[in-house]
Design a protein around this ligand. Structure first.
Ligand SMILES: NC(=O)c1ccc[n+]([C@@H]2O[C@H](COP(=O)([O-])OP(=O)(O)OC[C@H]3O[C@@H](n4cnc5c(N)ncnc54)[C@H](OP(=O)(O)O)[C@@H]3O)[C@@H](O)[C@H]2O)c1
Length: 240
């Protein structure tokens, strides 16, 4: 972030990050705090987490009461941006996908994104009424627009998250909300431990690479909106 003309752009910003306890979410939280932003981080297990000037709250994005408490803490802190990052992976052939697993994945990745966003929209509207803009950055996936064998459930959740993101961009245009979709390919995280075929993990994206993309969106000048960022490790096939 040096020499980009964006130095200092995050000082004084307050950013809510879901799934902030590890992987991409933790890297986003660390990068934001290092740039002077205040992070309001949430995950189901936030024990032992701390970053300068930031606060971590227990959050289950599938639970309305938990989301409401998290949103209230974020609003009290003066949140101006939300990073919907919490998510789970699940990879199995169609014939093996159970209704329970369907609900776990869709509830976390789709309903979770919906609930947290919805809880903050009144605050974003109120900010707009006093001339301030807001941002939502959704970490979806490169597979929010393509699929593969064993990917039915996960990619269905990511297609849905992409649709939610794009509809929000349309609606939010009316109340000063800039919405960005971050679409990473393979990233070396805890999540990736659930994926078969890990031979190239050392060459995959690092969580910090995705955090860079999130910060790029969050520090765009106020007249610019970054609609989406698609990024891959070089070892991954080119697939549009
Ligand atoms: N890794 C990849 O290759 C990759 C690629 C593209 C996109 N993504 C996306 O990136 C996002 C982050 O994934 P990651 O790779 O960083 O995974 P990760 O290392 O497993 O981290 C997932 C985070 O989400 C939190 N989380 C899970 N369920 C939650 C719930 N119900 N409520 C609140 N927080 C919850 C976890 O904390 P708790 O368990 O403590 O709640 C954790 O902080 C996901 O949306 C994923 O789909 C990942």
């Amino acid at each position: 972030m040096t020499g980009t003309g964006r130095e200092g752009a995050l000082a004084g910003r307050v950013v809510a990050v879901t799934g902030a306890s590890k992987g991409i979410g933790w890297a986003v939280a660390e990068a934001l705090a290092a740039q002077g932003a205040r992070v309001i981080g949430g995950a189901r297990d936030v024990g032992g987490l701390s970053l300068d000037g930031s606060a971590f709250h227990p959050l289950d994005v599938t639970d309305e009461a938990s989301v409401q408490a998290f949103a209230e803490a974020a609003v009290r802190a003066g949140v101006d941006a939300l990073v919907n990052n919490a998510g789970v992976g699940s990879f199995a052939p169609v014939e093996e996908i159970t209704p329970e697993e369907y609900r776990r994945v869709m509830d976390t990745n789709v309903l979770g994104t919906l609930l947290v966003t919805r809880a903050l929209i009144p605050h974003f509207r109120e900010r707009h009424a006093r001339g301030a803009g807001s941002q939502v950055v959704n970490v979806t996936s490169d597979v929010s627009g393509r699929t593969f064998g064993t990917g039915a459930l996960y990619t269905a959740s990511k297609y849905a998250q992409r649709a939610l993101t794009q509809a929000l961009a349309h609606e939010g245009h009316g109340y000063g909300l800039r919405v960005t979709e971050i679409r990473p390919g393979m990233v070396d995280t805890f999540f990736a431990d659930t994926v078969q075929g890990e031979a190239h993990k050392a060459a995959w994206l690092r969580p910090a690479d995705v955090a860079d993309a999130v910060l790029y969106a969050l520090t765009a000048p106020v007249h610019a909106r970054i609609d989406e960022v698609l990024l891959h490790p070089v070892v991954q096939e080119v697939a549009f």
